[in-house]
Write a protein that binds this ligand. Structure first.
Ligand SMILES: Nc1nc2c(ncn2[C@@H]2O[C@H](COP(=O)(O)OP(=O)(O)OP(=O)(O)O)[C@@H](O)[C@H]2O)c(=O)[nH]1
Ligand SMILES: [Mg+2]
Ligand SMILES: [Zn+2]
Length: 301
């Protein structure tokens, strides 16, 4: 039997569900791949693979094709540090936060943006639940990110605000939807495509963190020009492939000021004559973004 190519759309307990032209295959890993699996995240949703079809809609994956991009993190302890690929081959990342609840934490938003910059992925920011707020601080926050150069969409899965405009950004792309638990990622997908009928949940008030409603990431293909991955809210987004030395470059608006630093290398925290810190003091870099940078350096990776 000839191997055929397909797209991994869901993974569960050693099973990989692969969409090929010939249909959907429930696959396991073959021989050598199986041994490599423990060493790294060898297959993730979004991967293109070669498989050998078997009876009853089953298959054996023989090869993973090279990735062109990945949205990855380092899993939290006690798991050992490794690259955990959340979605392979995305074209862009839709970062969702809520205007009301759970409260928007700019440091967390900046962590998602750093991951996108490090992976050279276009970031789209959606601020959902706009029906629940008339807060000026949300307007100011959106203005800040737009000024930096990010595209920001105020939306509401409930009222429908902004949904058509944001939907237009999803055409002909594989988009990965990320953000904290309870912000309405699955609700947005349901609002665009009710037939998906994804589980959505009330957020628990416990620590305002929200429980996870979506438990496994899944790659969906709700209409011909759209591939979109719904993911579970991540409690922690630890960096993979981001070093303290490279962090300042991933805060894209710091770039013009880095050249003004007296020392090279400069951590942009304590050194005298630091161009970045001076820009933050003058207000050319926002206090909130500079604080995020300092916190990330402080808290480690
Ligand atoms: N008021 C309001 N509530 C919303 C909106 N979008 C989602 N919600 C509510 O927010 C809660 C969480 O929504 P989900 O779609 O499950 O959130 P999620 O981001 O997918 O969460 P996880 O799957 O846990 O990561 C649900 O109770 C939704 O009804 C919105 O635009 N406005
Ligand atoms: Mg969800
Ligand atoms: Zn500096």
């Amino acid at each position: 039997m000839e191997a055929i190519q397909g797209l991994v759309i869901r993974t569960h307990g050693g099973h990989y569900y692969v969409q090929a032209e010939q249909g959907l295959f429930d696959c396991t890993l073959r021989g050598k791949l199986k041994h490599e699996r423990s060493a790294s995240d060898i297959i993730a949703i979004g991967d293109q693979v070669m498989l050998l079809p078997e009876a009853g809609g089953h298959g054996a994956i023989t090869r993973v094709l090279p990735r062109k991009s990945a949205f990855s993190r380092c899993p939290p302890p006690p798991r050992r540090p490794m690259e955990q690929v959340i979605v392979a081959n995305p074209d862009q990342v839709l970062i969702v936060f809520a205007a009301s609840s759970p409260p928007l934490n700019p440091l967390m938003l900046d962590r998602y943006l750093v991951v996108c910059e490090a992976a050279r992925l276009k970031a789209l920011i959606a601020i959902n639940k706009m029906d629940e707020t008339d807060d000026d601080t949300i307007e100011e926050l959106m203005a800040l990110y737009r000024q930096i150069g990010y595209a920001v969409w105020p939306v509401s899965a409930v009222s429908g605000q902004g949904l058509a405009e944001l939907h237009a950004q999803l055409r002909d792309k594989l988009t990965v939807v990320v953000g904290p638990s309870g912000v309405g990622k699955s609700s947005l997908l349901n609002a665009w495509w009710p037939e998906l009928n994804l589980n959505t949940g009330e957020i628990s008030t416990y620590h305002d963190r929200g429980k996870h409603t979506t438990v496994v990431a899944e790659l969906l293909h709700p209409e011909p020009p759209v591939y979109i991955a719904d993911t579970p809210g991540l409690r922690q987004l630890r960096f993979w492939h981001v070093s303290p030395a490279s962090l300042a470059q991933l805060f894209i608006e710091f770039e013009p000021w880095i050249g003004d630093c007296q020392f090279e290398p400069c951590s942009h925290i304590t050194e005298p004559g630091c161009g970045v810190r001076a820009a933050a003091e003058r207000g050319d870099i926002s206090a909130s973004r500079y604080t995020s940078y300092c916190r990330m350096i402080e808290l480690g990776f």
